[in-house]
Design a binder for this molecule. Structure first.
Ligand code: CUA
Length: 204
């Protein structure tokens, strides 16, 4: 029996073997690499966007969203949801509430926007289908993201946070248009339309 003052029997107090020291150094170095990856991934990896966060009263966010809709709506509606076409570089607002997303966004390809996400009531999840992009939409927080659509198409916003009986029907829409391609198409169409007229002009 020992008192604890004397060293107990065993070998653990003997100096560590060289191999053990090497492993400790390697493990520590690897910890540092992983630690450095966190800020590196933020700046260089284009992942885990930290966004722009601010507290906001749900009612204030609704007012901002309504203002945004009134300013940029195009006069069409998407199942009763106003369609909004904001200019490139602008701040755009998307409000999640039980059980819809307002407004329906029409964005331009390769233009940068600052997307503000918030909820009017409970937690919702912003999931952009078919891409794998997911964000929490939390009441009381304005979550800003710098977004640049790189692909034209018709995208769905699916709520991926259970938010009540209408959760499964909570689907919104982001339409990305390629105005450069559209302009080229229009020019080509005009060319086609004007060609026969030119021919006929020769007959007259
Ligand atoms: Cu909103 Cu589920």
């Amino acid at each position: 029996m020992h008192t604890g003052v004397e060293s107990p029997r065993g070998v653990w107090w003997k100096p560590a073997h060289k191999a053990e020291k090497v492993w400790v150094v390697l493990a520590f170095a690897w910890c540092m690499v992983l630690f450095a990856m966190m800020p590196l991934w933020h700046w260089k990896g284009g992942q885990n966007p930290s966004g722009i966060r601010a507290r906001v009263e749900p009612e204030a966010f609704r007012v901002r969203t309504d203002e945004f809709i009134a300013t940029y709506k195009v006069g069409e509606e998407d199942n009763g949801i106003p369609i909004v076409e904001p200019p490139p570089g602008s701040d755009i607002y998307l409000l999640g509430q039980m059980w819809l997303w307002t407004p329906s966004l029409r964005l331009q390809k390769d233009a940068e926007y600052t997307l503000h996400l918030s909820s009017a009531d409970v937690n919702h999840g912003f999931s952009l289908y078919p891409l794998n992009i997911n964000f929490q939409v939390v009441p009381g927080y304005d979550y800003g993201l710098r977004v640049t659509p790189t692909e034209a198409g018709d995208f769905r916003i699916v709520c991926n946070e259970f938010c009540g009986v209408g959760h499964h029907v909570m689907v919104g829409r982001i339409e990305v248009i390629d105005s450069a391609a559209a302009a080229t198409d229009e020019a080509a169409e005009e060319l086609v339309l004007s060609a026969p007229e030119g021919d006929e002009g020769g007959d007259r």
